[in-house]
Design a protein around this ligand. Structure first.
Ligand code: GLA
Length: 393
């Protein structure tokens, strides 16, 4: 039931081997960056709130070597495709779409005055694509890590996260917050990252207990909405902040929101209520994780899901099914908590479970979900992984 996963070393080695087959060259550089799962703190990053993600032990790896030209040739084992980037021209978005993430990061380095020489590169990944676990951030951050080596220009972690976020805004047209790129840069093995998106201060919360496991359940659905849902939420939050007279919803409290329903539409009111309650839940959950209080952490995860479903309206029937099944197994069945994770409308749920029961829990969730939806889910377990690194170069 639980998907097995190649280790980072195995992935790096196979990427280098495939790179050699494709380009005839030995990799000079190998860079890696992880996907992420957010334990709690959803749709809070662009409201200057707190988020609590961990890096996954699932990575995107790029192996590369100089080619002495003005072109970057890319091949990808993820899409089985190829792309050429002509460095003698100003870079623009285009096809194939996956190369846009790479282009956006190159442009970020060019803006810093860096001249990028031509190189050949091959990309492989164990981060599920399109599942809400930040495969795009992993590709951006792996690219930035590679370019640090190629150009010799070392960025600070904050600079690097922001450069990659900008690449996503400009080249994928996704107005995301800072969470995904920051955790992919700053993740630390054995730790969950409490990130204050206002001050950008971080606190690493150790998560080394063998008693619990993080189980990720991919619903394997992605609802094609108009594509405007995410920017709409951002605008609704801005409208709420404006009505409350604050710069961002981080600066407001639940009492203030509750006192102000007449200042905004009911929809905007509910969006604001989600954000302010979620920010509080996130710091409470981080404290619960830190003291190993799994019951409290789990309850906060369920409450987060209810708020995302009811007030923020970013869940979907399949995510709700997974959470209901997990809740049905209950603490007796070894489940402390479960919620949707990431932007929503499909993708993954994350569950905090008793480690000794994780296999049984995974099997039960998978079969109940399949029975209800006729869709086969994918499930995997991950400890907190390591942020971006240069493995060779
Ligand atoms: C997406 C965005 C993040 C964040 C989440 C919701 O993953 O990329 O910045 O806003 O949605 O928490």
């Amino acid at each position: 039931m639980i998907d097995q996963n190649a280790s980072l070393n195995e992935l790096a080695q196979s990427t280098a081997v495939i790179f050699k087959q494709k380009s005839g060259q030995i990799a000079r550089w190998i860079a890696a960056a992880p996907g992420r799962v957010n334990l709690i703190g959803e749709h809070t990053d662009y409201n200057d709130g707190f988020v609590f993600p961990m890096a996954l032990e699932r990575y995107t790896v790029i192996a590369a070597a100089p080619n002495g030209t003005q072109k970057i040739t890319l091949t990808s084992g993820i899409t089985k495709g190829a792309a050429t980037i002509d460095l003698s021209q100003p870079l623009q978005r285009g096809e194939p779409s996956w190369a846009n993430y790479v282009k956006g990061v190159i442009v970020g380095f060019q803006r810093l005055g860096q001249k990028i020489p031509g190189f050949d590169a091959h990309i492989e990944s164990t981060v599920p694509v399109g599942g809400g676990v930040s495969s795009s951030a992993a590709l951006e951050v792996a690219t930035a890590t590679l370019l640090e080596a190629v150009t010799g220009k070392k960025l600070t972690p904050v600079q690097k996260g922001l450069l990659c976020q900008k690449a996503e805004h400009e080249f994928a047209l996704m107005p995301c917050g800072i969470m995904d790129q920051f955790i992919s840069v700053m993740g630390k093995a054995g730790h969950v990252l409490l990130l204050d998106c206002q001050s950008r201060r971080t606190k690493l919360v150790p998560m080394k207990s063998k008693a619990v496991a993080i189980l990720v359940i991919n619903t394997n659905v992605k609802h094609e909405l108009t594509g405007s849902e995410y920017p709409d939420r951002r605008r609704q939050c801005e409208a709420a902040a404006q009505a409350l007279g604050v710069k961002s919803l981080r600066r407001s409290t639940l009492a203030e929101v509750n006192a102000a329903p007449s200042k905004m539409t009911n929809l905007v009111f509910r969006r604001a209520r989600h954000v302010v309650t979620e920010i509080t839940r996130t710091t409470e959950a981080a404290a619960a994780f830190a003291r190993g209080d799994w019951a409290t952490a789990g309850e906060l995860m369920y409450a987060s899901h209810a708020s995302l479903r009811g007030d923020y309206e970013v869940s979907c029937p399949e995510l709700d099914d997974v959470v209901a099944i997990a809740h049905g197994l209950g603490r007796k069945g070894g489940v402390y908590g479960c919620r949707m994770t990431g932007g929503g409308f499909g993708g993954c749920c994350v569950a905090l479970v008793q480690a000794s029961k994780v296999k049984t829990i995974a099997a039960k969730i998978a079969s109940a979900y399949k029975a209800q939806t006729k869709i086969t889910p994918s499930l995997f377990v991950s400890r907190p992984g390591q942020g971006a690194m240069l493995l060779k170069g």
